[in-house]
Design a protein around this ligand. Structure first.
Ligand SMILES: Cc1cc2nc3c(=O)[nH]c(=O)nc-3n(C[C@H](O)[C@H](O)[C@H](O)COP(=O)(O)OP(=O)(O)OC[C@H]3O[C@@H](n4cnc5c(N)ncnc54)[C@H](O)[C@@H]3O)c2cc1C
Length: 654
């Protein structure tokens, strides 16, 4: 029987020693206190493996064979509702039967309390079969989990410290509805005039004299937007008025949970928000992408008015991880399809996989996937452990030392509670650095690999029959949704350069260390990774120098004593950052290669058999880094000059 886990050595590494499952199980099981929970890490790990193996078989046997049919039939818009073909309905029913929608929810809320990482790994396996089915899985169980997380963050969920069980939460019925597969959920941000620019959102939330909230506005491109439960971002009042328009800002954005319809006793539904259409799109045909209108639809405010952007960022981290694993699944599919075809197809006396250029493409795809998966596992592990320590750290019992009988000490508990916050902060800092890199690189690589797969198929690749063109159509959305590639690059660059400007001494120290290590480290792999790190930091240093020298020019006329205040205090991200924004994508590519090499170096120290993978990754990353470094140093000046001139002319015209 085919199984997408069994045939994947690299993925198997992460289900074994490649991930610290003991720590993940510890924070997920809240120290093994739950009466129906696992007794120890071994029991938990056995269960985790069984789940992934079942999903690997399900994806290979019951989804992949129907991917072309799902693509052809897609979701239809009939009588104001979405209509799914029977094949998809059967797949969704099987997902519910396998408990996939409630996988990560606590047992007392109808779930099986698995780590989020398991859910993401399942996402990769499902995406290898068909990305639109994976999207269904992601926006379904994912929204139930979001309900719990948001309720924890706003303080409306309580946990019994003796058992680690949830005793109260704000939306138990809604969570149960989604976890059982009866209802669907979605995240509604995008509007006709506002996508990347959330400051331009126009949907409004208002409160009546009795304190009830209602939402009014139009949302488009909403994945699973045909469903019942919608997390809607809307603008709320600031004083007497609710500012809307291009520069209304992010401060007044609030988050609401809105029910788009009510289920009536006779089995029909009464719509509270109208479903305007199911979008006709290039790919992802098994996933419903909807446009809908809220017309004073009753809503639950989540958190406080104005918390919307902050809460959305929390959910966005998980969404970016989801896309990362989704992209890897698609890459895996592209590689395997291309490899199988190239091994059969003959040209000029041999199979095409023995022609140098094709062999090079295949080798590049293979090592890129190794790098992406390392980055994804790293980001997901740190995000999950950091997040769970932040949410539950103070209620977690101390972790017993390895091989002990499990009885902690009170002293240990106090130390542990004090250290949990700091440990959580370190984990989240790792995740924060890796997440935009993962979303950016995995999405871009998915498009690149789908295109290579099509190219390797030649004319057959352009025909529907072989499935390569479907992969490319499906891949093209990955750099667009959940924050475009350009927005990921902006976020990563602003974070990194902002930190350098705040603490230049610490940066210079790390830069000197990287240079020193690149020359003196005993291990040649360590030297190579240090050199790559040095190149990445040198590129960042060049950009920061450029930003500061431009700013210095603008304050030269002022007294030197005012420079510090002028430069740091009057920093205008729109104008003063333009050189960095111009190179943001190049800096991000470089940073992603550095991050992946650093992770693979760590793996090769703990698992020497992974060393050759690092060598292969470095062989491609090193020349890439030199090229990017040169591009950052030597291009873009004239273009920036022209843009500044245009901007100045526009301001002069008023
Ligand atoms: C299949 C599909 C499913 C989707 N699902 C959802 C969903 O579930 N929920 C939801 O809310 N939305 C969803 N979206 C919408 C998606 O998130 C947006 O399309 C995306 O955020 C981009 O917004 P936009 O389309 O308005 O493009 P714009 O924001 O207009 O961007 C156009 C181009 O300009 C670039 N750009 C914009 N600003 C900058 C800048 N400052 N610097 C450099 N470049 C910039 C962008 O990167 C892009 O290349 C979905 C979209 C698709 C196609």
């Amino acid at each position: 029987m085919a199984n997408f886990l069994d045939d994947n050595t690299d993925l198997n590494f992460y289900l074994g020693p490649g991930v610290d499952w003991d720590t993940l199980a510890w924070v997920t099981e809240l120290g093994y206190r739950h009466p129906e929970g696992f007794r120890d890490a071994e029991q938990a790990k056995t269960f985790y493996r069984e789940v992934v193996s079942a999903v690997g078989a399900f994806a290979a046997e019951e989804i992949a064979p129907w991917a072309a049919e799902i693509d052809r039939q897609g979701v239809r818009f009939q009588n104001g509702e979405a209509s799914f073909p029977p094949r998809l309905e059967a797949i969704f029913a099987k997902m519910a039967e396998l408990d996939l929608f409630g996988l990560t929810l606590p047992r007392e809320l109808g779930g099986t309390n698995a780590p989020l990482l398991l859910y993401f790994v399942n996402g990769e396996l499902l995406a290898r079969a068909d990305v639109s089915v994976m999207a269904h899985h992601g926006f379904h169980g994912g929204i139930a989990m979001a309900m719990l997380v948001l309720s924890l963050l706003e303080g409306s969920t309580e946990i019994d410290p003796s058992t680690g069980q949830v005793t109260r939460t704000r939306w138990p019925q809604e969570i149960a509805d989604i976890a059982s597969g009866r209802a669907w959920g979605s995240m509604d941000i995008t509007e006709p005039d506002a996508g990347s620019d959330m400051a331009a959102l126009r949907t409004v939330g208002t409160q009546d004299a009795e304190g009830r909230w209602r939402v009014k506005g139009q949302k488009i491109f909403i994945t699973s937007g045909h469903g019942k439960y919608h997390f809607v971002i809307a603008r709320t009042a600031n004083g007497d008025s609710t500012p809307v328009g291009e520069n209304a800002g992010l401060k007044n954005l609030s988050m609401f949970l809105v029910r788009a319809y009510e289920d009536l006793p006779d089995g029909s539904r009464k719509r509270l928000a109208s479903l305007d259409r199911i979008e006709e799109k290039l790919g992802h045909h098994g996933s419903a992408t909807a446009a809908l209108t809220f017309d004073d639809t009753p809503a639950d405010l989540v958190g406080k008015p104005g918390d919307g952007f902050k809460l959305m960022l929390e959910l966005m981290n998980h969404a970016r991880l989801g896309v990362g694993f989704e992209a890897i699944g698609l890459c895996e599919s592209a590689l395997r399809m291309a490899r199988a075809y190239a091994a059969e197809r003959r040209s000029m006396g041999k199979t095409i996989d023995r022609h140098e250029m094709i062999a090079d493409y295949l080798e590049q795809m293979e090592i890129d996937i190794v790098g992406l998966r390392a980055l994804a596992m790293h980001a997901a592990f740190h995000e999950e452990v950091g997040h769970k320590l932040e949410l539950f750290g103070t209620t977690l019992p101390p972790r017993p030392p390895a091989h002990s009988n499990g009885n902690g000490h009170r002293n240990g508990h106090n130390r542990h509670a004090a250290g949990a916050a700091e440990t959580a902060r370190r984990h989240r800092a790792e995740a924060r650095r890796a997440l935009p890199l993962l979303k950016y690189l995995s999405a871009e690589k998915a498009v690149e690999m789908a295109r290579l797969c099509l190219q390797i198929h030649g004319g057959n690749g352009y025909m529907r029959e072989y499935g390569a063109e479907k992969l490319l159509r499906d891949a093209l959305v990955l750099p667009i949704y959940e924050g475009t590639s350009q927005i990921q690059a902006l976020m990563a660059t602003k974070d990194t350069l902002g930190a350098i400007i705040k603490k230049p001494q610490a940066f210079l120290k790390r830069l000197a260390q990287a240079r020193w290590q690149s020359m003196t480290a005993r291990d040649p792999r360590e030297r190579r990774v240090a050199h790559l790190t040095y190149l990445g930091m040198a590129a960042q240093q060049h950009v920061v120098r450029h930003l500061l020298s431009a700013k210095l020019k603008s304050v030269r006329a002022k007294p030197i004593t005012a420079w510090r205040r002028e430069i740091l205090g009057r920093w205008n991200p729109r104008e003063d950052f333009s050189y960095a924004l111009l190179h943001a994508e190049r800096l991000t590519r470089l940073a992603a290669d550095v991050e992946i090499s650093r992770i693979l170096l760590g793996q090769s120290r703990r698992h020497p058999e992974r060393g050759p993978l690092l060598d292969r990754y470095l062989a491609r990353a090193e020349p890439r880094a030199r090229y990017l470094y040169d591009e950052i140093k030597h291009t873009g000046g004239p273009l920036l000059g022209r843009l500044l001139q245009t901007g100045a002319a526009e301001s002069a015209r008023g």
